[in-house]
Design a protein around this ligand. Sequence first.
Ligand code: SF4
Length: 58
Amino acid sequence: MLKVDEEKCIGCGHCEATAPNTFEMVGGKSHVKNPKGDPKEFIEKAVRECPVNAITLR
Ligand code: SF4
């Protein structure tokens, strides 16, 4: 399950830039719009590179 912790998200937009069909910025926070929107490696990269570790995939 792919999830963004909105409390942690600082709205940098990196996850949306990395996996644009999966994440969407809404009101300055990232949301999952489609958990399988992009190839797995892009989603994993977004999870790994979030500067505040706000995204979890399990
Ligand atoms: S990369 Fe992390 S901090 Fe940046 S918008 Fe995505 S969830 Fe938020």
